[in-house]
Design a protein around this ligand. Sequence first.
Ligand code: NAP
Length: 239
Amino acid sequence: MKALVLGASGATGKLVVHHLINKNIQVRVVVRESAIIPSQISDNSSIEIIRGNINDFDSAKIKDLIKDCDSIFCCLGHNLSFKGILGPPHKLVYNTVVKIIEAIQSQNLKPKFILMSTTAYTNKKIGEVNTVGEKIIFSLLKVLLPPHKDNMLAADYLVYKMGSETNIDWVAVRPDSLIDEETPSEYEIYNQKIKSPIFDSGKTSRINVGHFMVELVTNDKLWDEWKLKTPVIYNKSSI
Ligand SMILES: NC(=O)c1ccc[n+]([C@@H]2O[C@H](COP(=O)([O-])OP(=O)(O)OC[C@H]3O[C@@H](n4cnc5c(N)ncnc54)[C@H](OP(=O)(O)O)[C@@H]3O)[C@@H](O)[C@H]2O)c1
C-alpha cells in the first residue's frame, strides 16, 4: 500500500504521515523547498520526499506522483501570515483537488482521495442550513478571507462536481476548531454538523483527524460508510 500526502509539513499533514507509518504503509510526501519537516519524516528512509510546490506542478508531474498510490491525502492550507492569507495562490486547495481528480480520471485509477476540509463548509446537499448569523459571517469570510473561499470551492468541487455518481472515491473530512494534543483521544463522527462552527464550536485534535483519515483508508467498512460524504469529526470531550 502506498499513500501520497500533500501538506505533509503542516500541523495535520505530519500527523497523517505518523499514523500511516505506524500502519507500515509506504508514504510519499510533497513538501516545499522551504518546508521544515520533523526528523521522524526526514530521517525515515521508507518515506519518499519530493521537494517542490504542488501548486506549480503540471498535469504530467501530478500523474506521475499518484500513479502507484492507493490513497491520496490533501492536508494543504494557507499559512496564517499576512502573505499566506492574502497573497497568491488564492486557490491552492481547489486547484490541487481539481488537478488530482483529473489525473485520477485520465489514468483510470481508483485511489481513495481524502480532503481535509472544515466545518465552515456547509453541505447543503445533505440538508445542512446556516442560521442567519452564520450566513452573514460566512458571506463576509468568503469576501474577506481568500483561504476560506478556497476551502469552500474545494469541498463544493467534490460534493457537486464529483457528486455521488462518480467513479472517484473521495471523502472530505470536516474537523471543527483544530487543537493540538499529544495523543489520540476519543472522537465522534457525524454526517452533519451538530454545533455551530461560529457561535458554539467544538474542538477537534489534529491527531484525531489524522487517525480518522488513516482509518478510512485501512478499514474498508469505514470507507464504505463515509465515501462520497463530508463527515464531521469532534473530540468526544467537546460535544
Ligand atoms: N484552524 C482551524 O480550526 C481549522 C479547522 C478545520 C479545518 N481547517 C483547515 O484544515 C487545513 C489544514 O490545517 P493545518 O492547521 O493542518 O494546516 P497548516 O499547518 O497550516 O499546513 C498547511 C500546509 O499547506 C502547505 N502550504 C501552505 N501554503 C502553501 C503554498 N502556497 N504552496 C504549497 N503549499 C502550501 C504548508 O506548507 P509549508 O510547511 O511549506 O508552509 C503546509 O504543509 C487548512 O485548509 C485549514 O483551513 C482549519
